[in-house]
Design a protein around this ligand. Structure first.
Ligand code: G1P
Length: 288
């Protein structure tokens, strides 16, 4: 079974970023000059996934427009001879098919993934939480895909997290030795207290899931925060199939909260040839 589709849960209200997200999607906030969501889409493309299922909500039309052709803009750039910009803009809509389905109620990440069931049907699929950017020489989801191809089981990206931050994440309990970085998962729990956390391995925003997850989510009840949690669905999946964890290889930027968003912008800008020297100079001049 090959993974062809990637699901992006993008229906959230962006509460952490208010007021900027009052009338625009959080996923369209810029990291340097690209909206946040484009990084995750490019990661999927780099790993050979070209069908994108966006689970959206109200006020998310800008995402749809961003990944579509913009005839007037492209004609204008052509007429003005701005070929570099034209290529950049055309690239966004050139690859892949974008499919949109609405999450009608904000019932949680598990519910958002379940909303993709009529499109994904009986295939394995990837899930990207697009607040998280993972930098590295090769696409992070590609590492998970390799493990999936070998094991034909669900695979979750994991990261080591400081104890005081464990309650922000889903935390797994590994089975056996974790030294190789790829191991079976014995159990997992969403947002445990640091005392209850079964390890310091937190679920990151990249998953490969088998389609059996849908039935498991349908059977799950609301969990942490009163929401249907993807973690709880995967916990049920463990009763039927093995699930593997894979320690993140790249550098994770969490652009889903304000400080992380600013850090992600600076980190990404410092990697850009056209910006890095001037930005470094500016940061040095701050003398803080
Ligand atoms: C979600 C998942 C959680 C995971 C986290 C990664 O939580 O439910 O298991 O560790 O993403 O960022 P959220 O950030 O939506 O609260």
């Amino acid at each position: 079974m090959k993974v062809k589709k990637a699901v992006f849960p993008v229906a959230g209200l962006g509460i952490r970023f208010l007021p900027v997200t009052k009338a625009q999607p959080k996923e369209m906030l810029p990291l340097v000059d690209k909206p946040m969501i484009q990084y995750a889409v490019e990661e999927a493309i780099a790993a050979g996934i070209f069908e994108f299922v966006m689970v959206t909500g109200r006020d998310k039309r800008a995402i749809e427009d961003h990944f579509d052709h913009s005839f007037e803009l492209e004609e204008m750039l052509k007429a003005k001879g701005k070929t570099d910009l034209l290529a950049e803009v055309e690239k966004i809509s050139a690859k892949g098919d974008f499919i949109y389905i609405r999450q009608k109620k904000p019932l949680g990440l598990g519910h958002a993934v379940l909303c993709a069931k009529p499109i994904v049907c009986n295939e394995p699929f990837a899930v990207f939480l697009p607040d998280e950017i993972v930098q590295g020489p090769s696409p992070e989801i590609g590492h998970l895909l390799k493990i999936f191809e070998e094991k034909q089981c669900s695979v979750i990206a994991l990261m080591k997290s400081p104890r005081e931050e464990l309650s922000r994440y889903g935390i797994i309990k590994p089975k056996g030795d974790i030294a190789s970085g790829v191991f079976e998962i014995e159990d997992l729990v969403e947002k445990p207290s640091p005392q209850e956390a079964p390890s310091d391995l937190a679920i990151d925003g990249r998953y490969i899931l088998t389609p059996e997850i849908f039935a498991c989510l349908e059977q799950s009840e609301a969990g942490a925060g009163g929401e249907l949690q993807l973690t709880d669905g995967i916990r049920k999946l463990l009763q039927k199939q093995k699930v593997y964890g894979c320690v993140l290889q790249g550098n994770r930027l969490d652009a889903g909260e304000k400080l992380g968003f600013l850090q992600a912008n600076i980190t990404l800008a410092l990697e850009r040839e056209d910006l890095k020297e001037d930005l470094k100079k500016f940061l040095k001049e701050l003398k803080i």
